[in-house]
Design a protein around this ligand. Structure first.
Ligand code: NAD
Length: 424
């Protein structure tokens, strides 16, 4: 687990919340929501804070603070990550849980939205203390989670190993096997195939559907990708394997470009050997800023928030921007892309492949029936393409603001479920 980026990650999803909330304010007025509807959307169904003791390696007891918010569960059990972060606040968890409810509604999986975590810097804990904090938190919230109540998953600074401790603690409390209580597990303990690259692949399925709509030929387009971590590297690898021409990639140290296309497998080896994509043989080094405005048809931000902004949006040459990162585009840049007729596929749709495969994991656990990789991919493709088409068909005929359309669709779906239940 890499801890050093924690400031960045926290800033990224603060930007995500800021952007989503300002977009939602416009949407609420566009949709002409009633006061009842606004009240219902404004309040999480359940939000709580727990305090729990943990015996540290020194033998002393230390109290920890944990939060969990189940924002909405009208469409199904709440679903959302658990993070460990020293600056975690209940308010921030509330915003993130609402965004989870929207994301699940956009891709139409039968989940509501939640989020939670512990106020702690995991860097300061030993492995044993990390395990005891995880188990202590789960004991404290055990009555409020479960396969049909609220299903946690990994998030910032929580990983597969922590999901196993969650599973084990919950099963000990209940005295039976209940793998569907948590997703993001290793395959040996009920995890799903294809989960590790599902965010990138889900985004690519959506991109291919967008290209089909725009009559773009796979063998004629060039692609630039910012970020070469879990999401960016997998996206580059999959696109390269599918025969696309990836002309530029970058990481925190800088980028590389080759107009004829990069050999991504060789770039991956180079990164493993040198720690960066920079100085890859047969390519030219560029800055991250140059990557964003380079000659390409498709631009994929897969690193940080706020990368496409009023300073560079006018210079972007791509026809399609696929937001695999969270909130990589500011509101100003969003407006500029709209004016320039650049199709922006928003994060809430583009990077939802991960939560879709989490849904498949939960479903496999409940049925005790484990799918081959092909089946996972087939169902992921179907879900993502349907979601793209749902969002796209909500757009204005000529000018499509997909972010707005995605949020509108999600809000409508949540309110419809509430109405069916008699809550409106
Ligand atoms: P990661 O930490 O594995 O990779 C981040 C990459 O960005 C690294 O290659 C890093 O070198 C690069 N980077 C850092 N600073 C940069 C800079 N200034 N310019 C260019 N590149 C820079 O993270 P990840 O899991 O790949 O996530 C990337 C983005 O995708 C984040 O916004 C994250 O919130 C979002 N996301 C990830 C997932 C997932 O399944 N991992 C799901 C949804 C959204």
């Amino acid at each position: 687990m890499e801890i050093k980026n924690h400031e960045r990650l926290h800033a990224d999803d603060r930007n995500l919340c800021k952007l989503a909330i300002s977009e939602l304010e416009d949407i609420y007025s566009d949709l002409g929501l009633s006061e009842e509807e606004l009240d219902l959307l404004d309040m999480p169904r359940r939000s709580f804070t727990v305090h729990f003791p943990v015996r540290m390696d020194s033998g002393k007891i230390r109290m920890f603070v944990g939060h969990r918010v189940q924002y909405n569960d009208a469409r199904g059990p709440a679903k959302g990550g658990i993070r460990f972060h020293p600056e975690l606040t209940l308010d921030h968890v509330k915003d993130l849980s609402f965004l989870m409810a929207l994301k699940c509604a956009v891709v139409n999986i039968p989940f509501g939205g939640s989020k939670g975590g512990v106020v702690v810097n995991p860097k300061e804990l030993s492995r044993n203390e990390l395990e005891q904090v995880t188990r202590g938190y789960i004991r404290a919230i055990a009555n409020h989670i479960g396969p049909f109540k609220d299903i946690p998953a990994p998030d910032v600074y929580t990983d597969e190993k922590i999901m196993v401790w969650i599973l084990d603690e919950y099963e000990r409390i209940n005295g039976e096997h209940i793998p569907s209580v948590v997703t993001g597990k290793p395959i040996e303990l009920g995890g799903s195939k294809a989960r590790s690259y599902s965010t990138s692949l889900g985004g690519i399925y959506v991109l291919e559907e967008a290209m089909r709509r725009m009559d773009m030929d796979k063998f004629e387009v060039s692609i630039a990708i910012q970020g070469f971590g879990n999401v960016g590297e997998n996206a580059a690898r999959i696109l390269h394997e599918k025969g696309y021409k990836v002309v530029a990639v970058s990481d925190s140290k800088g980028g590389i470009i080759n107009k004829e296309g990069l050999d991504i497998e060789a770039v991956m080896k180079h990164k493993t050997q040198t720690g960066s994509v920079v100085d890859f043989e047969g390519s030219q080094n560029i800055t991250n800023e140059q990557l964003l405005t380079c000659e390409c048809d498709i631009l994929i931000p897969a690193a940080l928030s706020d990368q496409l902004n009023s300073n560079n949006a006018h210079d972007v040459k791509a026809k399609v921007v696929l937001e695999l990162a969270n909130a990589p585009t500011t509101k100003e840049a969003d407006n500029i892309f709209f004016e320039k007729n650049i199709m922006l596929i928003p994060d809430v749709l583009a990077n939802a492949g991960g939560v879709v495969v989490s849904y498949f994991e939960w479903s496999q656990n409940l049925n005790n029936d484990y799918w081959e990789e092909d089946k996972v991919l087939e169902r992921l493709k179907k879900t993502m393409i349907t979601a793209f088409n749902d969002v796209y068909s909500h757009c204005d005929e000529k000018n499509c603001r997909m972010r707005r359309s995605a949020y509108q669709l999600a809000i409508r779906r949540i309110l419809h479920a509430e109405r069916l239940r008699g809550n409106l």
